[in-house]
Write a protein that binds this ligand. Structure first.
Ligand SMILES: Nc1ncnc2c1ncn2[C@@H]1O[C@H](COP(=O)(O)OP(=O)(O)O)[C@@H](O)[C@H]1O
Ligand SMILES: Cc1ncsc1CCOP(=O)(O)O
Ligand SMILES: [Mg+2]
Length: 276
């Protein structure tokens, strides 16, 4: 099992990132969609981070300078919310704070696609989407949409992810059966997680929030921090599924598992491989 993965090279880094999040409890501002606010906040709390769902444009100038990372998720975007997303993203970039863009359901409208393209211009550290979202954003075209769900495997989005990483300067992460992380040159696959996680709304959004927390403790290594967050979240899902009867109890057990994760479990379960 172990030999199939390059996990030994990665596992101690994954654990170090996670312990740093627990020890430093980074403050993560989340301007996220209405569906996901609860699960994103609870995911961050269980991981040891400190979430703040502060989304008013009136509060950005006071609050954003104090955060350690920002997560912007356009899942329930309206024209009212876009200015605060842009203001927070712009300030985070100016102040050298890491931030994550989750282009949730980017291809559901021209308005949302344009908004995401404008947010990409504000230099996110990481763009995290599912396969369909990364393909649409990379090609700047809507194509077919299934809303927030993906109609592509993450592996189908590797070339799109590399191209988006090179054009934007961001690390690009594609969630799915294999989570893909690329800076345009290296391509890493994270093989943790379980299929049932797709059946809980906002697991992808929560993962984006968690990536922001991991970036906060290692902003100079966005690819490695993203890989670590994805592996940790996937491991929590695997452990949660062992106790769950279905998606609703997986949601609860995933949060509990994230909270209780220990070093031995993490080191034995990390499954990471270099794909390119
Ligand atoms: N088939 C799968 N096998 C294992 N893990 C999966 C699978 N599909 C999704 N996941 C995991 O579920 C989480 C949410 O990913 P995903 O469903 O792609 O996000 P989104 O909800 O944004 O579409 C990630 O941690 C991902 O690794
Ligand atoms: C169902 C839904 N509709 C708009 S945002 C959203 C949540 C999407 O969450 P995720 O991207 O984590 O599946
Ligand atoms: Mg998503």
């Amino acid at each position: 099992m172990e030999s199939k993965f390059d996990s030994k090279e990665w596992s101690s880094g994954v654990w170090t990132h996670f312990t740093d999040v627990r020890r430093r409890s980074p403050l993560v501002q989340c301007i996220t969609n209405l569906v996901s606010m609860d699960l994103v906040a609870n995911t961050l709390l269980s991981a040891g981070a400190s979430p703040a769902m502060v989304h008013s444009v009136a509060e950005v100038p006071d609050f954003t300078p104090h955060v350690h990372a920002l997560c912007v998720n356009v899942g329930t975007l309206t024209p009212d919310w876009l200015p605060s997303m842009k203001a927070a993203a712009e300030l985070a970039s100016q102040l050298g704070k890491p931030w994550v863009l989750d282009p949730a359901a980017v291809s559901c409208s021209g308005f949302r696609l344009k908004a995401c393209l404008e947010l990409v211009e504000l230099k996110p550290s990481v763009i995290k989407g599912n396969g369909s979202e990364i393909i649409a954003l990379s090609s700047a075209s809507q194509g077919h949409t299934k809303g927030a769900d993906s109609s592509h495997e993450s592996t189908e989005a590797i070339e799109a992810a590399k191209s988006l990483a090179l054009s934007s300067g961001a690390v690009v992460a594609v969630s799915g059966a294999v989570d893909i992380v690329t800076d345009g040159k290296r391509v890493i696959g994270v093989h943790n997680g379980t299929k049932m996680m797709q059946k809980i709304t906002a697991t992808g959004c929560s993962l984006s929030g968690l990536v922001a927390a991991f970036l906060a403790v290692d902003p100079l290594h966005p690819l490695e921090a993203t890989v670590s967050a994805m592996s940790i979240f996937g491991i929590a899902g695997e452990l949660g599924e062992e106790m769950a009867n279905g998606p609703a109890s997986l949601r609860m057990h995933l949060i509990d598992s994230l909270y209780g994760l220990d070093e031995t479990t993490v080191l034995s379960r990390v499954k990471i491989t270099r794909l390119g």
